[in-house]
Design a protein around this ligand. Structure first.
Ligand code: BGC
Length: 869
C-alpha cells in the first residue's frame, strides 16, 4: 500500500478561478499512508496548452510549495496534479486534477472603465437612488469560453440574459479602494448563447460612497459615483477573442432600489422594476447614456479569499406580539444577514422590516444600533402570482425583526416560509470544532462561532449591527488565533493585512481600524495605540503559526518592523512606552460604562508590554525569514523592552504596579518575567481570581491571555474557576442570560434584563470570545507546536469537573483530533495525527511522547484531586 493524495490547492483559494498569483504556491494533503510513511519526494504534473510537464522535487514539504513551472500569464488556465513518494521510492497514484486560472495580471489587460448614470445622483442629498446599467452584444458561433471580470465603485450584482452572474454578495467587498480595488472572475460560458445577448448590473452605495461611521457618519468616502466596471471576454474555437467592456456604449436607468446603505438597509419599489432589462431585445431607448469615470487599472487586484455568500437559511422560531401590539419575528439566534420575503399584496403596499439584536420590556430595542436605521422597505408591484425579494446591498445583525404593513395573515404566512433569514458572511471553510461534557461551555463555543460568522463579512469587523462594522485592529489582533482554528481565514486575513500595510503611515503608525475613514476626526489623524497597532505583528505571526505560511511573514515583515521601530522611537532610551493616547485594557468590566479605557491595569503598562512582545515577534519573523542581522537587533530590543518593563512595573516580590488580572496575564504570557518570579506572579493572579469570586476582571487585552497565564504556570484550577463562573461578569454569565453570540461588554445585558446604558453595547463582538483558543489548545488539547501544525501538541488539561472534551481541526496537513474522557479515575485520550505531521502527546504527569501519523490511544491514572473534581 502506498499513499493517497488529495487534489492540489493553490495559495489559500477555495476556488482558483481568476487568481492574482502568476506562480501560485501548491499544497496537498496525503490522505492516507502506511504507518511510518514519510514523503521523500513529490511530482507535480502541470498541463498547459495541451501538453503535460512533470516536475519532481526531492522534498518532504507539502504546504505552500513553490510553483515549479514558468509563470502563468493573464487568463491562462492550467491543470495540476500531484503524486508523492515515500522512503522506498514508490510513487502514489496521482491526486485528482485541479484547475487554476490566472486573472488579469497586468494593468494593460484592462480596457473597461467604470461607468454609471449620467444624471446627477445627488450624492449628498437624500435622493441617492442607484442606477442599472446595461448593453447588448452578439455572440458568434463557436464560443468556447467566456469570463466576466467585474468590480465597481460601490457594490454590484451582474446579470446576463436575465439571470444573476455568480452567487457572491456585497462584492467587491471593502478594501483601501484608492490603492486596491478587488475584482472577481466569473465563468459565464453557460450563460451565453449564440445570437443577441445582454449584460447588466445593479449598483448600490456600499462602503464606497455610502454612509460610514458614527455620529451621523461620512458619505462619499471614496467618491461620489456609482459605477460598474466589467470586462466580458469571449473566446472562440478559432482562437479569436472579443471583449465587451464597460464603456460609453452602455445605457443607464434608475433602479427599483430607491435607496440603499450598509447601515440603513434598503428601500425597494417593485412597481419601478423594468422587466427584461438584462435580456436581449429589451427596449432601452428611454434609458440614459452613461458617464465614464476614472479607475487606474494598476489598482485592480484579484481576491485572496472566497467572497461573501449566503451560507444558511433560518426560519423564525416564533412570531411575537409585543405589549404595544407590534409583530416581531424571533429567529432564536443573533445572526447576520438579510430577510427574504415571499408574499402577495396589492400594488403599493409597503412592508417594513426593522431589525434588532434584543428586546427590552418585550419591545424591539434599537438604541444599541445608534445611527444605523437597519430597516428595509419593500413596496409591492401587486403581482397576483406573488413576489419574492431580499435586499441586495445591505446586511443586518439581528435576532428580532419587527414586521409592519403585512397584508396577509403573518402567523400563517410565516409557517409557509414567507419570511426567512438568509445568513451571510465570507464563505470561509470551516476547520475547527470543540465539544465537552458541559453543555453551557458548548453553547459558549457555539456563540464564539456565531460571533465570528457575523463579523467576517468581507473584512474582520468589531460588530455587524450598529454604525461601525469597521476593521478594528485591536479586535482581530486578539481574536486571530481563535479565528484561525475555527475557519480557514488565511486568504482573507492575508488580504486584509495588505490593506493594513496600505493604510500604515510613513512613520509606521498603524490605524485603529482598517480601511480608514479619512474624514473621521475622532480617530484621525492616526495616533499609534498599543494592542490595536500590534495587529501588524500579531496577525501575520498567527497566520504563520497556524497555516505555515512564510509568504505572509515576508509580505508583512516591513510593515511589522516599521510598527516596532515606531514603538522604539516613542519609547526612546527608557524602552518604556509611557506616553500618548491609549485604549489600554479596553472594556475592563470595572471601567465605567461611558469610559471603557479607564481600566484597572495601567494603560502604559499595557503599551510597554506590547512593545516588548511585538519586538520579540519581529525578531522571530526575521529568524524564520533568515535575516540574522534583524533577528539579532530585534532580539536585543525585545530584551531591553522586557527588562525596562520589569524594572518599572514588577516588584522584587513579583507584585505588579497594577495589581490586576490583566497586568499579570500580560507579564506571564508575553514572557516578560524572570523565571524566578513567574510562579509568584501566577499565584498572585490566582489569588486575584479567588478574591474576585472567580469573576473575570479583564478587558480586550487581558481576556485572551488570562486563562493561559494561569494554566501554563500550574494554576489550572483558577483558570477553570474563571471559565466556569456564572456570576456577572463571566463568560457563562452571558450564556445564562440567553446569549447566542459573544457580547461586546461582559454585561451588555445587565442581570435585571435591561440593556447596559453605555453607548457601546453590542451583542455581537468577537473579542471576548478569544478564550475559545484556550478551549481548543488546553481544555481539549490541540495546538500547533511547529508552524502549520507540522508538529502538533496534544496536551489536554482536564479540570473544572469536566468529564470529557474534544477538538478537531483541519490542519494544512489534514485533520487532527483529540478527545478525552475520564472514566473511573482514568483519563482516556485518543488523538489523530494527519500524514505529514507528527504529534507530541503530553499528558499532565507523564513524559511527553513523540508519535507519527495515525490514531493513538493512551490512558493515565489521574491523581485523586483531578479525577474527583
Ligand atoms: C469598537 C471596538 C473597538 C473600539 C476602540 C469600538 O467602538 O466597537 O471594538 O476596538 O471602538 O475604541
Amino acid at each position: 500500500m502506498t499513499a493517497t493524495v488529495s487534489a492540489a490547492r493553490f495559495e489559500h483559494h477555495r476556488d482558483a478561478l481568476g487568481v492574482g498569483e502568476s506562480r501560485p504556491r501548491l499544497s496537498w494533503v496525503v490522505e492516507s499512508a502506511p504507518a511510518g510513511w514519510v514523503q521523500r519526494a513529490y511530482r507535480v504534473e502541470i498541463e498547459r496548452g495541451g501538453s503535460v510537464r512533470a516536475f519532481e522535487v526531492a522534498s518532504a514539504e507539502q504546504v505552500l510549495v513553490a510553483w515549479p513551472d514558468e509563470s502563468l500569464v493573464s487568463r491562462e488556465s492550467s491543470r495540476v496534479r500531484v503524486s508523492v513518494a515515500g522512503a522506498d521510492g514508490s510513487w502514489s497514484a496521482p491526486g485528482d486534477w485541479a484547475r487554476v486560472e490566472a486573472g488579469l495580471l497586468e494593468p494593460g489587460d484592462w480596457v473597461a472603465g467604470p461607468i454609471g448614470a449620467i444624471r446627477n445622483e445627488n450624492p449628498l442629498r437624500d435622493d441617492r437612488r442607484p442606477s442599472l446599467v446595461r448593453r447588448e452584444f452578439p455572440v458568434r458561433p463557436g464560443l468556447v469560453r467566456a469570463r466576466l471580470y467585474a468590480t465597481a465603485h460601490g457594490l454590484y450584482q451582474a446579470e446576463l440574459n436575465g439571470s444573476r452572474v455568480g452567487d457572491d454578495l456585497l462584492s467587491p467587498g471593502w478594501t483601501v479602494y484608492g490603492k486596491r480595488l478587488r475584482y472577481y472572475t466569473y465563468d459565464v460560458t453557460a450563460q451565453l448563447s449564440e445570437g443577441p445577448n445582454a449584460i447588466g448590473a445593479w449598483l448600490g452605495d456600499g462602503w464606497y460612497r455610502g454612509r460610514l461611521g458614527w455620529r451621523g457618519g461620512f458619505r462619499n468616502v471614496y467618491g461620489d459615483d456609482l459605477s460598474f466596471l466589467g470586462q466580458l471576454e469571449l473566446s472562440y474555437a478559432d482562437g479569436s477573442r472579443e471583449v465587451v467592456a464597460t464603456d460609453t456604449s452602455w445605457r443607464s436607468a434608475p433602479s427599483p432600489i430607491i435607496a440603499s446603505g450598509i447601515y440603513d438597509g434598503e428601500d425597494y419599489d417593485a412597481r419601478a422594476e423594468l422587466p427584461g432589462w438584462s435580456r436581449a431585445g429589451y427596449d432601452d431607448t428611454d434609458w440614459d447614456r452613461v458617464q465614464l469615470r476614472h479607475r487606474d487599472p494598476a489598482t485592480l487586484v484579484a481576491p485572496t479569499a472566497a467572497p461573501v455568500r449566503v451560507t444558511e437559511e433560518r426560519a423564525p422560531l416564533a412570531v411575537l406580539t409585543t405589549p404595544s401590539g407590534r409583530r416581531i419575528l424571533d429567529f432564536g439566534q443573533n445572526l447576520v444577514g438579510v430577510v427574504r420575503l415571499r408574499a402577495t399584496a396589492p400594488a403599493g403596499t409597503t412592508v417594513t422590516l426593522r431589525t434588532a439584536e434584543v428586546l427590552q420590556d418585550g419591545e424591539l430595542y434599537t438604541r444599541p444600533l445608534r445611527n444605523a436605521r437597519s430597516t428595509d422597505h419593500y413596496t409591492f408591484a401587486g403581482r397576483p402570482e406573488g413576489e419574492e425579494w431580499e435586499p441586495r446591498f445591505t446586511f443586518h445583525g439581528f435576532r428580532y425583526v419587527e414586521v409592519e404593513g403585512w397584508a396577509g395573515d403573518l402567523d400563517a404566512d410565516v409557517t409557509e416560509g414567507a419570511l426567512i433569514a438568509r445568513i451571510l458572511h465570507s464563505d470561509l471553510e470551516r476547520t475547527g470544532w470543540f465539544s465537552s461534557s458541559e453543555p453551557d461551555l458548548d453553547r459558549l463555543h457555539e456563540n464564539v462561532v456565531w460571533g465570528m460568522r457575523g463579523n467576517f463579512v468581507d473584512l474582520p469587523t468589531d460588530c455587524p449591527q450598529r454604525d461601525e462594522r469597521l476593521g478594528w485592529t485591536g479586535d482581530i489582533q486578539v481574536f486571530a488565533p481563535t479565528a484561525s482554528f475555527l475557519f480557514d481565514v488565511s486568504g482573507m486575513l492575508t488580504g486584509w493585512l495588505r490593506d493594513l500595510s496600505a493604510e500604515q503611515l510613513p512613520d509606521g503608525t498603524v490605524p485603529w481600524y482598517v480601511p480608514v475613514i479619512p474624514a473621521d476626526t475622532m480617530w484621525t489623524p492616526q495616533r499609534p495605540g498599543a494592542a490595536w497597532g500590534d495587529a501588524a505583528t500579531v496577525v501575520p505571526w498567527t497566520l504563520y503559526q497556524r497555516f505555515g505560511d512564510t509568504g505572509v511573514l515576508r509580505a508583512q515583515f516591513d510593515s511589522a518592523r516599521r510598527w516596532v521601530d515606531l514603538q522604539a522611537d516613542i519609547a526612546g532610551p527608557s524602552r518604556l512606552w509611557d506616553t500618548g493616547f491609549q485604549l489600554g485594557d479596553w472594556l475592563d468590566p470595572a471601567a465605567p460604562p461611558q469610559d471603557p479605557a479607564d481600566a484597572q491595569t495601567d494603560r502604559y503598562l499595557v503599551a510597554s508590554a506590547y512593545f516588548a512582545h511585538s519586538a520579540r515577534l519581529v525578531a522571530r519573523m526575521a529568524g524564520v525569514l533568515g535575516d540574522t542581522e534583524a533577528e539579532a537587533s530585534y532580539t536585543t530590543l525585545a530584551d531591553e523592552a522586557r527588562d525596562a518593563f520589569v524594572g518599572r512595573y514588577v516588584g522584587d516580590d513579583g507584585r505588579m504596579a497594577s495589581d490586576a488580572q490583566t497586568a499579570y496575564a500580560l507579564a506571564l504570557r508575553f514572557e516578560l518575567l524572570p523565571a524566578g518570579l513567574r510562579a509568584r506572579a501566577a499565584d498572585r493572579l490566582a489569588e486575584l481570581v479567588r478574591a474576585s469570586g472567580s469573576r473575570i476582571a479583564t478587558g480586550f487585552v487581558g481576556t485572551p491571555l488570562v486563562t493561559d497565564a494561569l494554566s501554563s504556570e500550574g494554576r489550572l484550577d483558577a483558570a477553570y474557576d474563571l471559565l466556569l463562573e456564572r456570576e456577572c461578569p463571566s463568560w457563562l454569565y452571558q450564556v445564562s442570560m440567553g446569549a447566542t453570540t459573544i457580547w461586546e461588554r461582559w454585561d451588555s445585558m445587565l442581570p435585571d434584563g435591561t440593556v447596559n446604558p453605555g453607548s457601546m453595547t453590542s451583542f455581537n463582538h468577537y473579542a471576548l470570545g478569544a478564550v475559545a483558543d484556550w478551549l481548543h489548545r488546553v481544555v481539549a488539547g490541540l495546538a500547533p507546536e511547529e508552524a502549520g501544525y507540522r508538529v502538533i501538541r496534544f496536551a489536554p488539561r482536564p479540570g473544572g469537573g469536566l468529564t470529557s472534551a474534544s477538538a478537531r481541526h483541519r490542519t494544512p496537513y489534514g485533520e487532527a483530533s483529540v478527545s478525552w474522557h475520564i472514566v473511573d479515575g482514568t483519563l482516556r485520550v485518543r488523538v489523530e495525527v494527519p500524514v505529514g505531521a507528527t504529534g507530541i502527546i503530553d499528558l499532565d504527569g507523564g513524559e511527553p511522547e513523540h508519535v507519527g501519523h495515525g490514531v493513538h490511544e493512551r490512558e493515565l491514572a489521574l491523581a485523586e484531586a483531578v479525577s474527583a473534581a
